[in-house]
Design a protein around this ligand. Structure first.
Ligand SMILES: Cc1cc2nc3c(=O)[nH]c(=O)nc-3n(C[C@H](O)[C@H](O)[C@H](O)COP(=O)(O)O)c2cc1C
Ligand SMILES: CCCCCCC(=O)C(=O)O
Length: 364
């Protein structure tokens, strides 16, 4: 590949070259047939842009506000596990890049650096992603530590009562190391000869009984706003608001949980309509281009989060790679806005995109 990296997808190629196959497959893979994994990207490509001309775009304002925090562009970092498998500096490098880009990083429960280490490494606005374990004291411990370390929100992942079936990890006998955030609280089994340890540990540790009424408990143990991640339907969006979620993340976990769920961009509008601007709706899954960010905003998302692109940047070039990934998406969004006639993110409207549903409706 030529020296100049010109888009986010090229980082995936570099990451594949840089990483042992087992780790690359862990990061890149999805569940079962990987149908949803492909759809997450393809459904963005089916949406057409409808630019407006003769708009003054001599200056473009990308910045936006999420739960009261101003960020430089509506592109945030999704929680993803184990960054030290991608780069020795792990989440510390990712967090520094988030700070340099003035965006929000969501630290994963299954990070390879602790909430405290990441908090000490940079002044980025940070959210903490929580899996609720059968041992509820672990959530109490982690949420309190996140609050004390200055994290600004809890992102509750709701789509993982069990682990999705990721066949590459099974074949590769992928082993996850100990979870840094659980040091002194609980250790995971690191089997070496019984196949991958991811599924047995997840199913042993995570609480499959977690349900809507537990949000009241979570709100009782923290003063931080709670965003619910993993919403794909209007019904669940309404329930999330009823239980007092401060925000919703439309997500299918990067297609790693239930295969044949819809591409996130294809259900975004349904969720946005159900929410009706009462709380912010964010989206992740398949965002690889500034045009994708634009499309998500046009369909009502307040911002997007990116998962794999960040890991690929980290694996290829450490902190600088993550910065470059975020900068490329930002630059592409800026150009898209200029060419579409949108001087600010508030100017991006439903009228700037045409979806399959619009095409069908126009034929009726
Ligand atoms: C390697 C990997 C690890 C992930 N780990 C977590 C996690 O620990 N917690 C979580 O809520 N989501 C996790 N996710 C899902 C992401 O937060 C996000 O929903 C997804 O990556 C978005 O799709 P994208 O990778 O196409 O951007 C993970 C995704 C990947 C690819
Ligand atoms: C007990 C370890 C579970 C790791 C799951 C991380 C994750 O959400 C993902 O890989 O996706």
């Amino acid at each position: 590949m030529a020296d100049e990296i010109v888009n986010v997808n090229e980082f995936q190629v570099l990451a594949r070259q840089a990483l042992p196959k087992m780790y690359y497959d862990f990061y890149a893979g999805g569940a079962e047939d990987e149908h949803t994994l492909k759809k997450n990207v393809q459904e963005f490509q089916r949406i057409i842009l409808l630019p407006r001309v003769l708009v003054d775009v001599s200056s473009i304002a990308l910045s936006t506000n999420i739960l009261g925090y101003t960020i430089s562009a509506p592109i945030m970092i999704a929680p993803t596990a184990m960054h030290k498998l991608a780069h020795p500096e792990g989440e510390l490098a990712t967090a520094r890049a988030a700070a340099a880009c003035n965006t929000i990083m969501t630290l994963s429960f299954t990070a390879s650096c602790s909430v405290e280490e990441v908090a000490a490494s940079c002044d980025a606005v940070r959210f903490f992603q929580l899996y609720v374990c059968k041992r509820r004291d672990i959530a109490v411990n982690l949420v309190q530590r996140a609050e004390k370390s200055g994290y600004k929100a809890i992102v509750l992942t709701a789509d993982t009562p069990r682990l999705g079936r990721r066949e590459a990890d099974i074949k590769n006998k992928m082993i996850l190391p100990q979870l840094k955030n659980l040091e002194g609280l609980m250790s995971i089994e690191v089997f070496s000869d019984k196949g991958s340890n991811i599924k047995p540990n997840t199913n042993e540790i995570f609480d499959p009984s977690l349900c809507w009424r537990d949000i009241a408990w979570l709100k009782y143990i923290t003063n931080l706003p709670i965003l619910i991640k993993g919403i794909l339907t209007r019904e669940d969006a309404i329930k999330a608001m009823e239980v007092g979620a401060a925000g919703i993340i439309v997500s299918n976990h990067g297609a790693r949980q239930l295969d044949y769920t819809p591409a996130t961009i294809s259900v975004l509008e349904e969720v946005v309509q159900a929410v009706g601007r009462r709380v912010p709706v964010l989206l992740d899954g398949g965002v690889r281009r500034g045009t994708d960010v634009f499309k998500a905003l046009a369909l009502g998302a307040q911002a997007v989060l990116v998962g794999r692109p960040v890991i690929y940047g980290l694996a290829a070039k450490g902190e600088a790679g993550v910065r470059k990934v975020m900068q490329m998406l930002k630059d592409e969004l800026e150009l898209t806005m200029a060419l579409a006639g949108c001087p600010s993110v508030e100017d991006i409207s439903r009228g700037h995109v045409r979806t399959d549903r619009d095409r069908l409706q126009s034929m009726l």
